[in-house]
Design a protein around this ligand. Structure first.
Ligand code: PLP
Length: 384
């Protein structure tokens, strides 16, 4: 057994990014400034989108985008129970009511076939999650949204680099939110961004992210800057710093290589595990897509494995290998049970998956030898 702990995820920060962070620190301007402006332009170009807004996190992105969509009390937002709590939390924080649609047990994404039956006269927004970086069938989803006059806010926290058919997530549709948390496909430390084709939404998010100031005021202390500004609403403090953007500018350039390596490693798992009775491996939809493999999440088959998911995770940890749990079913957390009355049995597919899912190590700098170590260790655990 190796003495070295293998984490389930590890960011890959290039020397160029490190040098740029140092240059930023020495430049005298470390908060929102020229590097955030440069990162913003790079994101717009990457997504071929008119508006991209770097922020402190994807959580903030969801929150501000939902606020900017002006939910009224009682308005419903439809999402999935298989997601990080931030997806539901921000719906509540923005004044909405989360309404859930169970997952498709094959793709682990919201089951689009069940979507229409969840739409009521109070529904305003559909908030799907591209789970693990696998795109939903967006042609179908947007057709339903259009038919019912609903907005779509895609939680694309897992999905920078993902393509649906031949189009990048973020390059079409209504509005998307991406995460740059260290576990994600690219990172800025903490960070995220909103991408939209709606100029009014973009302007409102820009105001909300910086105190409600009516214009980009980052350079007001510079020689050409103007000290004066107006507050047009009570905003938040959610702007990204230049220190973060210094990392992001380089990560965005390196992203295609990261996604390519993620795909190699995922393919390696798929091939190696396809005939292991202990696992149900991820299944892929028939439509053309590029998966970004933010996480690799097979489901444990308890009978064949003779252990449950938590026992498996513990056995891996004892052998110095980290795994992840994405996610527990959000509707079964105490707050959601107490306030919205969710209960076990409401979303059976999600609940089954949440008991069996595990994220195996996968990150761009993972070597083939480290990958083999994961496979060998799992073999030992199941066959001892
Ligand atoms: C589906 C989903 N949405 C939102 C978030 C929030 O992202 P952030 O950590 O950047 O706020 C995450 C983070 O894990 C996530 O997985």
């Amino acid at each position: 057994m190796s003495d070295e702990f293998l984490p389930f995820s590890r960011p890959l920060i290039s020397q160029a990014a490190i040098d740029d962070v140092v240059a930023c620190l020495k430049s005298g301007w470390i908060t929102t400034g020229p590097r955030v402006a440069q990162f913003t332009e790079a994101l717009k170009e990457y997504f071929n989108a008119p508006h991209a807004l770097p922020l402190m996190s994807a959580t903030t992105g969801l929150h501000l985008a939902l606020l900017a969509m002006n939910l009224e009390p009682g308005d419903e937002v439809i999402t999935t129970p298989l997601t990080f709590a931030a997806t539901l939390n921000t719906i509540v924080l923005a004044g909405g009511k989360p309404v859930l649609v169970d997952i498709d047990p094959k793709t682990l994404n919201m089951d689009i076939n069940q979507l229409e039956s969840a739409i009521t006269e109070h529904t305003r927004i559909i908030l799907p999650v591209h789970f693990a970086g696998l795109p939903l069938d967006l042609d179908l989803l947007y057709a339903i949204a259009e038919k019912h006059g609903l907005r779509v806010l895609e939680d694309a926290a897992h999905a920078i680099g993902t393509k649906y058919k031949d189009k990048r997530i973020g390059s079409f549709g209504d509005t998307q939110v991406f995460s740059f948390h260290p576990n994600k496909n690219m990172t800025t430390g903490e960070g995220g961004c909103v991408v939209t084709r709606d100029v009014e939404l973009a302007d409102q998010i820009a105001r909300l992210r910086f105190h409600g100031v009516d214009r980009q005021a980052w350079n007001r202390y510079g020689k050409s800057g103007n000290q004066d500004y107006e507050i047009v609403l009570p905003g938040y403090k959610s702007n990204m710093m230049d220190i973060q953007a210094a990392i992001g500018i380089h990560q965005l350039k390196e992203l295609p290589d990261f996604i390519a390596r993620r795909n190699e490693l995922a393919k390696r798992y798929q091939e190696a595990l396809s005939d292991w009775p202990q696992w149900t491996i991820p299944q892929l939809p028939a439509y053309d897509h590029l998966h970004s493999w933010h996480i690799y999440t097979p489901l444990i088959n308890e009978d064949a494995a003779q252990m449950n998911r938590n026992e498996f995770m513990q056995a891996m940890k004892e052998r110095n290998i980290g795994t992840g749990l994405h996610y527990r079913a959000v509707h079964l957390y105490p707050y959601y049970r107490q306030v919205f009355g969710f209960k076990p049995g409401d979303y059976p597919y999600a609940e089954d998956v949440c008991e069996r899912i595990v994220s195996l190590p996968l990150f761009p700098s993972m070597t083939d030898a480290e990958h083999d170590r994961v496979l060998d260790t799992m073999y030992t655990i199941f066959n001892q």
